[in-house]
Ligand binder design. Sequence first.
Ligand SMILES: O=C(O)CCC(=O)C(=O)O
Ligand SMILES: [Fe+2]
Length: 486
Amino acid sequence: TTSSSSSSRLSHHGNGNDAAASFLVNAFSFTTIIRHNASIGRKIYFHHAQHQLLNNHRRIVQQSSSRDDAPSLSSPSILLFSSSSSHSVIETASSSVDEINNIDSHNTNSISTPHPLILPEHIRTIKRGGVAILPNWLPSHLISSMKTDAQTLFESGHFQPDGLTNTAIKSQNFSVKADRQTFRGGGGGSGEEKSSSGWYNASIGNITARLEFANRMDQLRQELSLGLDRPTLFKEEHEEMNTRQRHEITYNWYEPGAKLGRHLDEHHEEMKGPKGWMLPTRRSVTWLVYLNDHWNEDEGGALRCFPRSEAQMDLNGDAAQVGAQDGNLQVGWVNGGADPVFLDCFRPSGMAALYQLVRVSAEEGKESGFERRILSVEDFDVPSMQPIEFAPFLLPEVRDTFTQISTSRLDPRFAGSSSSSPLSSDSIDFDCSDESTILDVLPTAGTLVLFDSVSLPHLVREVTGKRQRIAATGWFHEDSQFVLEI
Ligand SMILES: O=C(O)CCC(=O)C(=O)O
Ligand SMILES: [Fe+2]
């Protein structure tokens, strides 16, 4: 067990009201940066204005919970997990979400105090690595205007094949019929051209519907930022940037026969090769909103997720949020899936270590909280070549219980051009680890699905019916740990 916490790496200067509170980087980090960038100039961005953001969130929450017509924060659970390893199909409606939508539509003075779009139990599910499913979440007028919009855009040729990777399209013979297609906008780029293309391009399709939806998603993102305690998920001081560059927002289109192989939506920077540390943001929370009226189970096309079982989640209570801890992304699980394992590449040694969080009880002069338990034998350099395997670096006593989440076997998209041959989509469909639960979600109009982008493997089963499967899908970004600019 060794020391913990961000303060060993960053010192925070300035007071809490200062929107531009600065973070100073101490000597440790520079060692690491030099390791990553031996030659040329460097620039580091650290997020700031956390205090202002959180204070503002607190204000909104206080105001809305003191209102008579605000929805009860203890509404009944609408989260559904399959309880065994056999799969279940989710199609249950939710009264609590209907409630939220109803209040939304006859509320007349909601300008400064928007009503919650998700409830605390959804936040808890995402933190635990589960799948938050909110049936009837999207108002029906948006379901129909967005579906028509997607159809118009499809007919005028604005969608592109987008399978596992572009290389995969070629090397695995993906075709328009067999592979999913995407209308892309926002996120992932900069400059005017990028930000006015796609989702925000006023000259194509129904821009009014797309903007209304984008605003709704923006509110959702604010709520997630506060609830998950991920301050850079929503940066108030960069309104425009939030919408355009920090949010990938797309339509997805599956012709009959199309499917998408098993994958994760995001990976630790260190595992993405030299480019990993150059991206200013990373995918944080994945969202999916389905647009298909009365979808039937026998039409195929279910979103298949592989969360840990409820029992695994309960093993260690809420010891650690999945996905990321103090900016370090998760790379696996130990103790039968009870504990997420994070990779810290900013050790004083300039090398990396694997760790889990353990709960420490209050002692004299010390508050209860969490501490890092280092799981690697000694600090190590992450191998630069795929496949990267972490097990050899682990203490013998935890090695056997370790499961890695980013592997070429489990995520062919991630494997890219690596030597190990990715599984075909067919075999992926039947491949799932013994410990995980299979959770199928029907792509029924109005349903919102949310999960952590780093830790939840998923796929889309083949569309076996006669009609297309249409969805809006996307990723909210948060800041990367730092950005290396060359
Ligand atoms: O369309 C879906 O339901 C999921 C799509 C997906 O997993 C992705 O685009 O990464
Ligand atoms: Fe995905």
